[in-house]
Design a protein around this ligand. Structure first.
Ligand SMILES: Cc1cc2nc3c(=O)[nH]c(=O)nc-3n(C[C@H](O)[C@H](O)[C@H](O)COP(=O)(O)OP(=O)(O)OC[C@H]3O[C@@H](n4cnc5c(N)ncnc54)[C@H](O)[C@@H]3O)c2cc1C
Length: 417
């Protein structure tokens, strides 16, 4: 009997856990270590931040779902991994031995890299549901006395899509409330141009998003490095233009990411920023029985930019990484060679509150076979439906290439129209 331990229970970890149990069957032991007792659907966080969703709408408890599938759950943070002893120790000192380990710990949010940034300081965030709830509380106060807002991402950020989404969602919400006139909006980003996305653009993402910004009176600044997020004042350095101050009454900034400390501390496992280095089979080159999936893995930037940006890791890719890791662990248990590789395609629906843009990048890193971006209200509707279906799949433990199925179906329907 093999013991498989998975750290993290979000898009990457929970998908891997269900798929692992289904693939390996009752003869092997699957244990999930999660510092959260609930699953949260992260892509809906921007809606929580404007009150269109509550925590309850986008979360469910992990335990009953994992119990039903015969998967063990330890609700505690993994504190330390010892790859020589093949053990994970939780922060409370529980030692969990493994034969195979899957790391799916997502990011550590590097607010500390910019003075004054983050929910404990002067800006809000939508990266976690806790942050999104705090952002909503701050938004309610802001609405009583509106003023300028600054939305965007900090230098080194890779998760750029949600920054755009939040700018458009906020714009939509303010228009619905009849308050948009009182809110000058500025979008700031480390990207060299709007719609770069850390991916050197997808189709005409630059044209589409700039058009939408103009249409909605959202000003923008690219190649921005935030020097300081003060109380009500953002000091930024713009490549080629110099320092500027941007006043705000409300600001949501996505930070750069690093690897979480339990993982970053393991010698030879991660790169300098704490992201797990993996080969084409999702396996650590140094520790063959450790696999990693999702935001926690290292991917080199697509190109050098004046201000650094990272490559986003999106749901479709993450689900495919989990499937590849499971299949390669099954192969290893049976003494076979690893063969499964993730499809590194990015297919995303960026919500804009009342419309949206669909992006298809196959593969994610250019040059690509397919690179396509299209705007339409259908994207907003697909995203709403997608949230429901994905939550159902995760709650019920349905193992199917969901992103692939739903997204490709949606694109097919769109083509037929
Ligand atoms: C606001 C936002 C919106 C997004 N929207 C989209 C979208 O629309 N479409 C898309 O394709 N992608 C989207 N993404 C990108 C990506 O799909 C998500 O970030 C996704 O949640 C990543 O999944 P993950 O499992 O890799 O990491 P995470 O979701 O970050 O999960 C990691 C889990 O590990 C846990 N953990 C961390 N450290 C430990 C530890 N030491 N011990 C135990 N547990 C630990 C965390 O609490 C967390 O539950 C979005 C990202 C963000 C931040």
């Amino acid at each position: 009997m093999a013991r498989i331990v998975i750290i993290g229970a979000s898009t990457g970890g929970l998908s891997a856990a269900y798929e692992m149990k289904k693939t390996l069957g009752p003869g092997h032991d699957v244990t999930v270590i999660s510092n959260a007792s609930d699953f949260h659907f992260v892509p809906s966080n921007p809606w929580v931040a404007v009150g269109w969703r509550t925590r309850g709408d986008i979360s469910f408890p992990l335990k009953p779902c994992l119990d039903r599938k015969g998967i063990n759950l330890i609700v505690e943070a993994a504190g330390n991994i010892d790859p020589r002893k093949n053990e994970v120790t939780t922060v409370k000192g529980v030692v969990v031995p493994y034969d195979y380990l899957v790391i799916a710990t997502g990011p550590k949010l590097a607010f500390d890299e910019v003075e004054g940034l983050g929910p404990d300081e002067n800006t809000v965030s939508v990266c976690t549901v806790d942050h999104a709830e705090a952002a909503y509380a701050a938004y309610m106060k802001f609405l009583a006395d509106p003023g300028p807002v600054v939305i965007g991402a900090a230098q080194g950020a890779s998760c750029l899509g949600p920054a755009y989404e939040f700018a458009f969602i906020l714009d939509t919400d303010l228009r619905k409330r009849g308050l948009r006139k009182r809110v000058p909006m500025t979008f700031i980003t480390p990207e060299p141009y709007i719609g770069h996305m850390g991916l050197a653009g997808i189709g005409d993402s630059k044209g589409l998003i700039e058009h939408e910004f103009r249409q909605r009176h959202i000003n923008w600044q690219t190649s921005v490095r935030i020097k300081k997020a003060g109380a009500g004042k953002m000091t930024v350095d713009i490549a080629g233009e110099g320092e500027k101050e941007l006043p705000f009454r409300y600001s949501m900034i996505i930070p750069a990411f690093r690897g979480v400390s339990a993982v970053a501390g393991v010698e030879g496992l991660t790169n300098a920023r704490g992201f797990v280095m993996v080969d084409e089979f999702q396996r650590s080159p140094k520790y063959g029985n450790i696999h990693a999936v999702g935001v926690c893995i290292a991917i080199a930037p697509v190109e050098a930019t004046a201000v650094p940006t990272g490559v986003p890791k999106t749901g479709y890719m993450i689900e495919s990484m989990a499937a590849a890791a499971v299949e390669n662990i099954r192969a290893a248990i049976n003494g076979e060679e690893a063969r499964a590789k993730a499809t590194w395609n990015a297919i995303c629906f960026a919500d804009m509150g009342d419309t949206g843009i669909a992006f298809v990048a196959m593969p994610e890193i250019p040059p690509r076979n397919v690179t396509w971006a299209k705007k339409g209200r259908w994207v907003h509707l697909v995203k709403v439906a997608f949230e429901k279906y994905f939550l159902r799949k995760m709650k019920k433990g349905i193992v199917e290439p969901f992103y692939e199925k739903i997204i490709l179906d949606a694109l097919r329907i769109r083509k037929i129209e």
